[in-house]
Design a protein around this ligand. Sequence first.
Ligand SMILES: Nc1ncnc2c1ncn2[C@@H]1O[C@H](COP(=O)(O)OP(=O)(O)OP(=O)(O)O)[C@@H](O)[C@H]1O
Ligand SMILES: [Mg+2]
Length: 142
Amino acid sequence: MSIFFNFACGLECSESDYLWDNHLLERIKNMLLVTTIIKPHKFEDVKGALIKSGVAGMTISEVKGFGRQKGHTETYRGSEYEVDVLPKIKIEILSSDEYVESIIETIQASANTEKIGDGKIYIQKLEECIRIRTGEKGKEAI
Ligand SMILES: Nc1ncnc2c1ncn2[C@@H]1O[C@H](COP(=O)(O)OP(=O)(O)OP(=O)(O)O)[C@@H](O)[C@H]1O
Ligand SMILES: [Mg+2]
């Protein structure tokens, strides 16, 4: 029984049809990769808040980068074309889409200093995820 058919048949559908569709919906829910670039001194706060919110795992990298101010702080430090590449922390989290809103809110609340350079959060759709030990795939593997 397809979702479309259930939609089309409206109240004619049996309870088992709905259960089947719920199962299907559960399987096709998107898996997402949430990446955030934050200031290094906010890392412990952000990590703690994410763990508290129930995040199961994360990958952390030390990276360098610049944004719109080209790495310059409020105090002008370089010539017009000079770019300062500043150290940042990158956190990657695999998640199914129902948790992503909460992850975004948690990062935003814990990483924000209200100053320039606080960083970014960006989301990508994930094709597949596989748990190496068991071979589980998809959301089961997250
Ligand atoms: N367009 C971008 N592409 C890739 N990475 C980026 C981009 N913009 C920012 N970053 C990464 O995010 C880090 C922090 O960027 P930053 O917070 O300064 O962005 P911004 O857009 O300049 O915002 P703000 O005005 O608040 O400073 C950068 O050091 C870089 O690693
Ligand atoms: Mg900036």
